[in-house]
Design a binder for this molecule. Structure first.
Ligand code: C5P
Length: 324
């Protein structure tokens, strides 16, 4: 009986999403056209708006997980974090105290423009390449393919200079947290993945006083990046990924997997590069000479195997093109 109820609610949700897509298609034309891509405004109060729950063949597995109502981005308007999310989020890196959070967010948006207020070109539907940092990219010659996407999403200390042939040269969005931060060129969106309140405080500081130079380790006190292009992931979105996608395997999802799910929510077509071990089973980065072969898996914070299985499954369901 329970499975019948579940099936019905899934059908109703996905039917609603499909009708919305048909409505959009009739009113704006196909979502893959570049015209539509430029004109797509952000929805009021919602930060991720590409519906992908449309193919009936994937109703059960994909639609049960994919939630179009979740806010990807943190804004002043949605900064009140539900207590269940807050409790989980504060434990990720052992921040016991969330009492200053609203003040921290307010201070941050005094320095940064809140994405919900007028910035319309930050998250749009288009083709996206999500480039993980795996050593399996070495020798792949995927550079041109990666650069041919509308958006190229990279993360953490990813570098392109000297590796263009394999990883491409363009970056439109760079996902990072304080301990993995790097300076960015003027046209690149910095996307903060906050794992603790201090990360939000650090971002404000890195664009102003530079007073925060240490979290659980030394971090960059100042950051060179275009502050009008900064995006901040919402802790609600991180918890959604942990609940619905990685299903609590791993303490929390990796930056790469978070970026991939973000792309599934915001892009019409997603290609994933640089995930998983190389052909020798090593989990190093493409710019390293394999000094720490198991580094990514060894931390025990993320479940790399589960994440990889999910990417394979997304690929099998036609939601991601997975380049190995
Ligand atoms: O190591 P780092 O977190 O900077 O790498 C970015 C992302 O690339 C990871 O979060 C992970 O999702 C992916 N990755 C991977 N296999 C590796 C290295 C990184 O799947 N060997």
């Amino acid at each position: 009986m329970l499975w019948k109820k579940k099936l019905w609610s899934t059908l109703v949700v996905c039917l609603g999403v499909s009708l919305w897509n048909i409505y959009k298609l009739v009113n704006t034309g196909p979502s893959t056209s570049s015209h539509h891509f430029e004109e797509q405004p952000m929805m009021e109060g919602k930060s991720c708006n590409c519906n992908r729950c449309t193919e009936l063949s994937n109703l059960d597995w994909f639609c049960e997980r994919f939630d179009t109502s979740v806010n990807c981005l943190l804004t002043l308007e949605n900064s009140e974090i539900p207590s269940g999310v807050l409790q989980w989020w504060l434990k990720l890196q052992r921040s016991n105290d969330g009492s200053q959070l609203q003040e921290i967010i307010k201070d941050l948006f005094d320095i940064l423009p809140s994405p919900a207020t007028g910035v319309e070109d930050i998250v749009q539907c288009g083709t996206c390449a999500v480039v993980g940092n795996s050593g399996r990219l070495r020798g792949s010659k995927y550079g041109e393919k990666i650069d041919s996407h509308n958006f190229v999403l990279r993360m953490n200390t990813a570098q392109t200079a000297g590796f263009e042939e394999d990883v491409g040269a363009r970056t439109t969005h760079h996902f990072m947290y304080p301990e993995s931060a790097m300076n960015l060129g003027p046209d690149i969106h910095l996307v903060l993945v906050p794992f603790k309140p201090l990360d939000l405080k650090w971002l404000a500081s890195a664009f102003s006083s530079g007073e925060i130079w240490r979290t659980y380790r030394r971090v960059k006190p100042f950051l060179k990046a275009d502050k009008s292009k900064v995006l901040i992931l919402n802790p609600v979105f991180l918890k959604y990924i942990q609940d619905k996608w990685t299903m609590h395997y791993g303490r929390y999802p990796s930056t790469g997997f978070i970026t991939l799910i973000f792309a599934i929510h915001t892009c019409t077509q997603v290609s994933a590069f640089g995930f998983g071990a190389d052909h020798n089973g090593n989990w190093h980065h493409y710019w390293e000479e394999n000094r720490a072969a198991g580094a990514f898996r060894r931390t025990g914070v993320h479940d790399a195997i589960i994440e990889l299985q999910l990417i394979e499954r997304l690929a099998a369901a036609g939601k991601v093109s997975f380049y190995k």
